[in-house]
Design a protein around this ligand. Sequence first.
Ligand code: CO
Length: 221
Amino acid sequence: MPKSCEIIFENNKKWVESKIAENPEYFHELAKTQNPDYLYIGCSDSRATAEELMGLKPGEVFVMRNIANVVNTLDMSSTAVIQYAVEHLKVKHIIVCGHYNCGGVKSAMTSEDLGLLNPWLRTIRDVYRLHQRELDSIEDETKRYDRFVELNVQEQCINVVKMACVQERYILEEFPIVHGWVFDLKSGKIIDLKIDFEKILIDIQKIYNLTNSDWVMSRKR
Ligand code: CO
């Protein structure tokens, strides 16, 4: 017998009651505004949650999740989320968080026609092509898969940095800083890949520099 949605409404009722018991004004305050410092870009995988694994509460993190935490310039969802988070919410940190055992990354490792998923997975396959020499040199398949997850995070971080709003805001405010993390399902730990954001920004601006406009330069501190 499949689970019904009733349990969710029961859970929700209990959650509302517990929040009000802690603070009678909780929802009144929650409804006022949001002021998150973090944008979290993660995988849709049901095991790789955002708020729960980071121990953050409602209002503390702006979230976008899709298959294999992809940031693609042709995907309006990711570009709109990043633009809004950077320009309006003025987040201080953008986190791209992949996870080991990612089905999306695994699918991109296999040469199989997956229909509508093909164009989505192609962005991830492009990561493989960029790092083919390193990945092909890893004989152990599990290790190669893990490394592919990490390199996908790295490349999606670079895709975030390619965006004009990120480059402009960083020049003006020294924020947001982009981070690449991997969530390890087997240990529950978040691993910081220690992506060198400044170096990526400098490297990438040789090709993708979008901050030479008079407007940005005139406002530079
Ligand atoms: Co995944």
